[in-house]
Ligand binder design. Structure first.
Ligand code: CFM
Length: 536
């Protein structure tokens, strides 16, 4: 069923006039006849609306820094922020030979009322001493939460003194929750810090092997990056660093020598991808390892970048072998999934990335969107020059980077880059809107009221989202699949991940649970109308 402006108007009608004016710009119906459809994004959620967004601290410590396993991540603030970001994101890590893996710990300064009144700097310094004494980590991060910014603790000074005292890097991040309109601000803050303090600190001057790459914006949720590694290893790539899933300070410091940076989640990491290009001359390629065809396309684009016959042959060999293995299994699941519809509403890139995988199972995404993406994630990177910075985005400093005097190497010539840009998404991503079908809906920062309204309107067969909105559709009798944490499952990336996803989604559909739930619209007449008096 195609949605009309009238349908959307009816949903918006419930809002007060001011809210209605605001939300109207965050909802569009795909219309391919229009060359560019604009959507409002990355602006403040209206107070009182139940959003699914997180905060700047979540984006900085929780998303980007948190997965670095050989650093101890200290949350400077009251205990709740640290506690609720303690492994809930399921970014997995294996302990390597060094034995440095601190991800299972939750370290916080546990600020109390007296610390808020008299300041928390001394306590922070004491906790850093304790962390060094107990864990001897390669490095430490300190992430500030809201009250720290409000009372003005000088975390930079504490970190600097601790560095001198202990001789290890102690990185301070001003990622107080209120720093931006969502976790997106925290991504940017973390990108800046890693760029300034970690990348380029290693001693390597040249790539250690042929086809050396970094994978940016891959966080190993449910083991995703291990599956990507498995495929890339077979082809013969050498992965220097993953930013940051199962990643480490130790590997990240040599990220500057890679021949190519792959970008999986562009929303959280495009800042660093750009800075790496300017500072070290390494181009970035947009990839998507979610879905079989997207994985194949990404692998082929990588082969095109390197332009090596042997690598291309190996790429095709691995693709053929993997597809022959997984396709028949996918076909079985497709028999159950075919013809169904989905809502795909995730944080900042998965709302787009999963649509191809759904389509491979015969499931059409009829509504999609992001919690906190920016306009370029919807409309494509070309729109960036048109985005006007507002007071909230000006909160985050833009780093000015120059070519590095020691490590800058132009990895490919400008002519070659221009030629490749015609064929592959080098330094580019086209945005979510492009892939949606006509009549389908795109919603930015979907809230709980709109979730209910759109579910009632479109009655999707599956709802892909996160923990905050998962149970609304489930109580309406619609299976829900968490695409943030994968509901204790995964990996969903690559070839094996596609099969796992197909299995989980199919299980959602065939579960007998749904027979015990009556959706609100059952028992109501399908057609609604009024009896006209008079006439003939
Ligand atoms: Fe990138 Fe992510 Fe996402 Fe994200 Fe996130 Fe996440 Fe996400 Mo949850 S980094 S933008 S801030 S792909 S934690 S691994 S699933 S909202 S769509």
């Amino acid at each position: 069923m195609a949605v009309t402006q009238k349908d959307i108007g009816a949903i918006l009608e419930t809002y007060p006039a001011k809210v209605k004016r605001n939300r109207k710009n965050h909802i569009i119906i795909k219309d391919a006849a229009q060359e560019q459809q604009a959507i409002e994004a990355n602006t403040r959620t209206i107070p009182g609306i139940i959003t699914n967004r997180g905060c700047a601290y979540a984006g900085c410590k929780g998303v980007v820094l948190g997965p670095l396993k050989d650093m101890v991540h200290i949350t400077h603030g009251p205990i709740g922020c640290g506690y609720y970001s303690w492994l809930t994101r399921r970014n997995k890590a294996r302990t390597d030979e060094s034995g440095q893996n601190f991800l299972s710990y939750c370290v916080s300064t546990d600020m109390q009322e007296s610390d808020i009144v008299f300041g928390g700097e001394k306590k922070l310094a004491r906790i850093i001493d304790e962390v060094v004494e107990i864990f001897h980590p390669r490095g430490i991060t300190v992430s500030a939460t809201c009250p720290v910014g409000l009372i003005g603790d000088d975390i930079d000074a504490v970190a600097k003194a601790a560095e001198q005292k202990h001789g290890i890097p102690v990185l301070a991040f001003h990622c107080e929750g209120y720093k931006g309109v969502s976790q997106s601000a925290g991504h940017h803050i973390a990108n800046n810090g890693l760029m300034e303090r970690v990348v380029g600190q290693g001693e390597l001057e040249e790539a250690p092997a042929k086809y050396s790459i970094n994978i940016l914006g891959e966080y190993n949720i449910g083991g995703d990056s291990w599956e990507v590694h498995r495929i890339l290893d077979q082809i013969g790539y050498h992965v220097i660093a993953v930013m940051t899933g199962d990643g480490s300070f130790e590997t990240l410091k040599n990220a500057h020598v890679a021949d190519l940076n792959l970008v999986q989640c562009h929303r959280s990491i495009n800042y660093i991808a750009d800075m790496l290009e300017k500072k070290y001359g390494t181009p970035w390629l947009k990839v998507n390892f979610i879905g079989i065809q997207s994985t194949i396309d990404s692998l082929r684009n990588m082969a095109l970048y390197f332009g090596d016959e042997e690598l291309t042959r190996k790429t095709e060999e691995v693709i053929a072998r993997e597809v022959a293995r997984v396709q028949p299994i996918m076909e079985q699941y497709k028999k159950i999934c075919q013809g169904k519809t989905a809502f795909c509403f995730v944080g900042g890139s998965r709302g787009h990335h999963y649509q191809g995988l759904f389509a491979e199972l015969g499931i059409e995404t009829v509504l999609a969107g992001y919690e906190f993406a920016h306009r370029d994630d919807y409309e494509g990177r070309r729109v960036i020059p048109d985005i006007k910075p507002d007071m909230d985005s000006k909160n985050i400093p833009e780093l000015h980077v120059e070519p590095d005097t020691k490590f800058f190497r132009l990895k490919i010539s400008p002519e070659k880059a221009a030629e490749l840009k015609e064929k592959i998404p080098l330094s580019d991503y086209p945005g979510l809107i492009l892939d949606m079908k006509d009549g389908h809906v795109i919603v930015d920062d979907l809230n709980h009221f709109e979730t209910e309204a759109f579910v009632k309107l479109l009655k999707p067969d599956i709802f892909a989202s996160g923990i905050k909105d998962k149970y609304i559709p489930q109580k309406m009798g619609i299976p829900s699949k968490q695409l943030h944490s994968y509901d204790y499952s995964g990996p969903y990336a690559g070839f094996n991940g596609a099969v796992k996803f197909a299995e989980d989604v199919t299980m959602g559909f065939v579960s007998p649970t749904w027979n015990f739930i009556t959706p609100p619209w059952k028992g109501k007449p399908v057609l609604e109308g009024a009896v006209q008096k008079g006439g003939d």
